[in-house]
Design a binder for this molecule. Structure first.
Ligand SMILES: NC(=O)c1ccc[n+]([C@@H]2O[C@H](COP(=O)([O-])OP(=O)(O)OC[C@H]3O[C@@H](n4cnc5c(N)ncnc54)[C@H](O)[C@@H]3O)[C@@H](O)[C@H]2O)c1
Length: 274
């Protein structure tokens, strides 16, 4: 294939969808994969030609192998940008969250990314200038209380990206990730919240319902993340923060993790342990 190609997971909605739209507008061939059939259908109708959409559960490695083979068949083995973006959340204190819900998050957010990258590497190796890109989170700066397992999976993705940014240099393949703050997408409404092991019904957003109008946790449109994926392909930067001020948490943690921890304990209304 003469045009560049991108493979996006979680492409039916939110930042994956915005990224698929942007790259398609720029003339790239877009492979869009998700478990959301109606979202994929409307995306396909919107994009028209020069795209391939298909159902894919990222937790299923053999399904991933098949999806990548079908994509490769169409692109002639070309994969310029692998975007592992699909993700889910679960909110509530770790000890009050049912264990099967915890494992769902681990499976989609971490195992799904391992599946995606492992499946993509043979094509990335064969495509000069390619990029392996993943959605981490601001929850991977200082672990977010109330989103502990989500934060852990996003730290895992960030660590994996750093390691692979070195390993994949053997093949001239770059690896990078994005750490978004609060992005205005359905995940903020759909993330379940648990209290004492019970699902809490929330009307509206379960996350970010009290987002400030300014500052690093202002509500940001998903198009900003799409622009960042575009810039990332044209750059050699490792971690992308959206909005950029999110980096300040990583900087503060590097200076004093205990100070960041104690500020969060106080902000949560708990007593700092002396
Ligand atoms: N919205 C935010 O504030 C925010 C902040 C930081 C990181 N993130 C991360 O951004 C990524 C994209 O989320 P979003 O905010 O666009 O939310 P979203 O809910 O709009 O999009 C996530 C997509 O992933 C898909 N998905 C879920 N499980 C899947 C599976 N097993 N296989 C394939 N697809 C699956 C969903 O169907 C959905 O289309 C996620 O990894 C999320 O954790 C979101």
């Amino acid at each position: 294939m003469d045009t560049k190609t991108i493979f996006v997971t979680g492409a039916a909605s939110g930042m994956g969808r915005s990224t698929a739209q942007l790259f398609h507008r720029e003339g790239w061939f877009v492979g869009a994969f998700d478990v959301n059939e109606s979202g994929l259908q409307s995306l396909e109708e919107e994009l028209g030609e020069n795209c391939q959409t298909a159902l894919l559960d990222v937790t299923d490695k053999s399904a991933f192998d098949q999806a990548m083979a079908a994509f490769s068949e169409v692109t002639g083995g070309r994969l310029d940008l692998m975007y592992n973006n699909a993700g889910i959340g679960v909110a509530g204190w770790f000890d009050e969250t049912p264990f099967d819900k915890i494992m769902e998050v681990v499976n989609v957010n971490f195992i799904g990314v391992l599946n995606g990258i492992h499946t993509a590497i043979p094509l990335l190796k064969e495509t000069p200038g390619s990029l392996c890109f993943t959605t981490s989170s601001s929850a991977a700066t200082f672990g977010a209380p109330g989103l502990a397992v989500y934060a852990a999976t996003k730290h895992a993705v960030k660590g994996l990206t750093e390691a692979l940014s070195v390993e994949l240099a053997r093949f001239g393949v770059r690896a990078a990730d994005v750490l978004p703050g609060l992005i205005d997408t359905p995940i903020l409404r759909e993330t379940p919240r648990y209290l004492n092991g019970e699902l809490v019904q929330v009307d509206g957003r379960t996350i970010g319902e009290d987002a400030p109008n300014e500052g690093m946790f202002r509500m940001t449109p998903p198009e900003e993340v799409a622009k960042c994926v575009w810039e990332a392909y044209h750059s050699n930067k490792l971690h992308w923060y959206v909005p950029p001020e999110i980096v300040e948490i990583d900087n503060a943690k590097a200076a004093s993790p205990e100070a960041v921890r104690d500020a969060r304990i106080t902000a949560s209304g708990f007593k700092v342990i002396e």
